[in-house]
Write a protein that binds this ligand. Sequence first.
Ligand SMILES: C[S@@+](CC[C@H](N)C(=O)[O-])C[C@H]1O[C@@H](n2cnc3c(N)ncnc32)[C@H](O)[C@@H]1O
Length: 349
Amino acid sequence: MKFPFNKLKSALLEPEISEHSIVKNLSLVSKGFTSERKKITEYVMDRDMVSAYTLFYLPSNMPKLNFVFDMLSEDLLEDIRNSRVVDLGTGPGTFAFALDEYFDGDITVTGVDSSALMIEQATRINTTLYQNKRINFSRSFPEDFIGETLILGHSLNEMGLNALMKIIGEYDPRNLIIIEPGTSDVFKLVVKLRSAMNDLGYTCAYPCANIKSPCPVAKKIEDGQEDWCHQVLRMTHDSEFERLSQIVKLDRKVMPLITHVYTKKVIETTHKARMIRFLRESKFSFDWEVCFERGDRLITGTFEVLKKSLSKKEIKNMQKISVGIDFDYTIIKELSENHFRVEIILKER
Ligand SMILES: C[S@@+](CC[C@H](N)C(=O)[O-])C[C@H]1O[C@@H](n2cnc3c(N)ncnc32)[C@H](O)[C@@H]1O
């Protein structure tokens, strides 16, 4: 990553911002994201707030793109690389820079944001730390942006689903990538998006194996259970960042997120299972809640993944695994309804 803490600080809108102001503003911004939802948009209109947001959220949000892109097929990644990309609600350029790093500069991306200050901040980072001519920042979409790739990171929640569906109607993207916080509110929003994308004829490349089938987790909510499908990314950060994270009491080592990828490409049916929750580790197994296809329907169930079929190294890796991975499996025994003992084949990641 090209953003060591001190380098990024020198590229802020207010590079001389005091630690006191960073902490105060991060506390206000994070409240805006959680409880005081009405004030959520105010942080994009203040230079100190934009600077504090950038210093904290840009480096800790960027790795979320690697997490989801590592789950996609080579074929789809190639299609994204060959498309033009708009990062809508780019803020300080978070996912525009993340895309550039993921594809080693071999991608054309425009970061679009309604906030003039965010565009000024993103442009400043681009010119001082990047100087990459294939990244642009603007308050409006590039010309002839039809049938390309659209990515939204932590902006769907602010923009609202109706505004996004209008944009999809206007620009007809062939790929849509959503990366949002892993909350139950966002899950409810994304369930509606899933249904709308199915109606428009898209397939889901991540995380659902089949969007023609109703989401089994959404069904649980309808039945009165408190549940939501999300992923969890585990991260390490540099020491300066960690220090700030402890002062502002915002943990960025374990990050729940909700990420969905829709495409017009035909996705091969793989019949894999997806881990949606870590339940426990025992002497004999890792127990996971999983979402998988039975016939043409998606269901959730429990998999006991047997340790005896894994090497010591694989067991160590399994202890660090992020929620949200998919895997091939063989059922060894059906223990009860939707409860299976399995052996799994993990992809090298
Ligand atoms: C929480 S920030 C996310 C920034 C960045 N994508 C990230 O993940 O760090 C949301 C951004 O979306 C922008 N935004 C909200 N509604 C928008 C809209 N309708 N059009 C363009 N940008 C919008 C805001 O100005 C803000 O910069």
